[in-house]
Design a protein around this ligand. Sequence first.
Ligand code: TRP
Ligand code: SF4
Length: 342
Amino acid sequence: MTSENNQDKPMRILSGMRPTGRLHLGHMKGVLENWLKLQHEHQCFFFAADWHALTTDYANPGIVKDTIWDMLVDWLAVGIDPEKCVVFIQSEVPQHAELHLLFSFITPLPWLERVPTYKDQIEQLREKDLGTYGFLGYPLLQAADILIYRADAVPVGEDQVPHVELTREVARRFNHLYRKPDQPLFPEPESLLMPAAKLPGLDGRKMSKSYNNTIELSETWKVTEKKVKTMPTDPARVRRDDPGTPEKCPVWDFHRIYSTEDERKWVHEGCTSAGIGCLDCKKVLLNHLEEELQPIRDRRTDIAAHMDDVRDVVRAGNERARIEAERTMDKVRRTLKMGYRV
Ligand code: TRP
Ligand code: SF4
């Protein structure tokens, strides 16, 4: 029997990432590994959200130029495959901006004002003046990013779910205002909720550049090794013969992700009985990290040595995205009776 289950059908997936710095293991475990799975099963569009970076960093535009190609190289190094998915840069597809503008006419202000990230971010990023028109409107830009490809699903973290919800409302409103009920132009996309990353930063807090607790995909092995060797451990293990509690140690969180069951058993017993030292414990972890990171770093070095090829790949992705976006915009313009254009 053939199943008509939606999950069996290839979907169109779209996701974006702001270029704000070199990627680290948190991005890899939290986002990219998800994208990697999706690219085999679905038609994926992945883009560098450079305009989104400017909604908060408009005073510091150089940040995009300094980070965007590093980020794209990181994507390719972990295995995002441009043969399988469309990799592009948002601002290379100006149709996103056109659709955003047209959506701005039909979007009630309260829809944007009540998006939780709006007030949160203004509070959290006090050093930036985010009382701008564009910052209020950025979830609507995101709606345009998504709907212009008529995506079925959007892999997002929990904080972004309200943005996908807004996208659905905008799609509904557009369809309702301008289309016959049986001929909607925009599908309502689903959120594919990516579980929060289980991998913390080196100090046990969330891995983030601003906490200075990351392992970057592009750093050298020497640097990683040093970071792991100096990672904080259970503070109760002051001396080698003090027993510890793995649950109080960020190294254990890493073992949970990387180590085999036997190794975890060995760590747990050794730690609680002071049978092993923290360095022994970290060595096991270092082996796993090396095994995972070394091939990525080798690929990264190769890829970064041929930036012309990377630019060609992205240029081709931009072109494919533009064709798809223009197809939608053509329908949008017709729907809005803009056939008077010459
Ligand atoms: N706003 C997202 C973020 O800050 C990035 C993003 C922009 C995005 N456009 C998108 C994600 C479209 C998914 C779909 O992380
Ligand atoms: Fe942490 Fe391992 Fe040391 Fe225990 S032995 S405190 S788990 S580093």
